[in-house]
Design a protein around this ligand. Structure first.
Ligand code: UT7
Length: 352
């Protein structure tokens, strides 16, 4: 046995407003049939005017903290989700839609959660962000730099989409998901058993927001029209998503010593049901091993994996003792996978 980071709390938050495929079809040249058959998505949640990534991150974080407190068997006062006995000493927020380009959003989230002067920072790896953030926090715990970490994936892509782009508007939704990690040992349920991470910057232009960074701002004058919007070259991204999530999963499974058949649930980034099925085919998985909630939430970017975990737990699909493989792919290009045995978790009261 060795020191390891152990998952001990889980939470999530979705904005109230739901945009159905039918509503999109009233505004754009698309249809419920196209969106469902090409992506598997039926609806997505979008933020209200004035609502931002940090608002969702705070709500998801509070729920994960309450879950960790309840899992540890400590009383939940229904007001403050922070565990007075064992408080969090690290916050890592995965997002590519921060509240502002500068500073990072994590310190504001930590402050609003009442976590005091803890180290907090953002991780930017688009749809792989949650896996990267999980690996960063877990490494800091195993290195002894932190004892208890709040890891959040939160994005509000509705704020950067081109209102006239029927493809991206059909896919992306807003949301936040969060977990709490504590120091423990590698033999415990919930221990993160290994990671596989990678990137390929030759594909940087496939998923991008062209304006707003130093490259565009260093050129005098305003950005060219439309450059402030998110763009994605869907076809090559689809191919790479299948390839890189399959390869990353395979190499992690070899390292952890599990066969694909021994994995109970694969919780992959929820980009497209056809991508999930193709990854399943590459790995030789059966349908029942693949977790999918994208019909209800769409692609929520960094929130995608923790929200899928939350829904799978709530629906009873994910049970304590299950061998779980997480895998993600996104802009950068980036990809990453993680493995753990699912722990016994209490949900805790939702805190506002
Ligand atoms: O989260 C990070 C990773 N992201 C992903 O993994 C996304 C990967 N890519 C995809 O999921 C798919 O490529 C998309 C869902 C984005 C697009 O599906 P596709 O089957 O690859 O469609 P396509 O881009 O090849 O377009 C096929 C047709 C085009 O029309 P033409 O040129 O054949 O006349 C598109 O204009 O479908 C059209 N189309 C639409 N039609 C109705 C694209 N979006 C829509 C739409 N409604 N919303």
């Amino acid at each position: 046995m060795s020191r390891a980071a152990v998952l001990c709390g889980l939470g999530g938050s979705l904005p109230e407003r739901i945009v159905s495929n039918e509503e999109l079809a009233e505004q754009l040249d698309t249809s419920d049939r196209w969106i469902r058959t090409r992506t598997g998505i039926g609806q997505r949640h979008v933020v209200a005017p004035g609502q931002s990534t940090s608002d969702l991150a705070v709500a998801a974080g509070a729920q994960a903290l309450a879950s960790a407190r309840a899992t540890a068997g400590r009383a939940d006062d229904g007001v403050d989700p922070v565990d007075p006995v064992d408080p969090v000493d690290l916050v890592v927020l995965a997002t590519s839609t921060p509240d502002r380009p500068c500073p990072a959003t994590a310190p504001d989230v930590a402050h609003r959660l009442g976590l005091g002067h803890v180290p907090s920072f953002d991780v930017s790896a688009v749809c792989t962000g949650f896996v990267y953030a999980l690996a960063t926090a877990a490494s800091m715990i195993t290195a002894g730099i932190a004892g208890r970490a709040l890891v959040i994936g939160a994005d509000t892509f509705s704020t950067i989409l081109d209102p006239a782009d029927r493809t991206t508007r059909a896919i992306f939704g807003d949301g936040a998901g969060a977990v709490v990690l504590r120091a423990g040992d590698s033999g415990e349920p919930g221990a993160l058993l290994g990671f596989d991470l990678g990137s390929d910057g030759s594909g940087a232009d496939l998923i991008t927001v062209r304006a707003g960074g130093s490259r565009q701002r260093s050129v005098p004058g305003p950005a060219a029209e439309g450059e402030e919007f998110f763009t994605m070259d869907g076809r090559p991204v689809f191919t790479r998503a299948v390839l890189d999530m399959s390869r990353s999963s395979q190499s992690l499974l070899e390292r952890v010593g599990w066969s694909a058949a021994e994995v109970d649930k694969v919780v992959a980034h929820q980009a497209n049901i056809r991508i999930l099925n193709a990854v399943g085919e590459q790995l030789g998985l059966e349908e029942k091993q693949i977790v999918a909630n994208l019909d209800r939430v769409g692609n929520t970017v960094a929130a995608s994996i923790p929200l899928a975990l939350r829904d799978a737990v709530a629906g009873g699909e994910l049970q304590p003792g299950h061998r779980v493989l997480l895998t993600g792919f996104g802009g950068g290009l980036t990809w990453g996978s993680a493995a753990l045995v699912w722990p016994e978790l209490e949900t805790g009261r939702p805190h506002r």
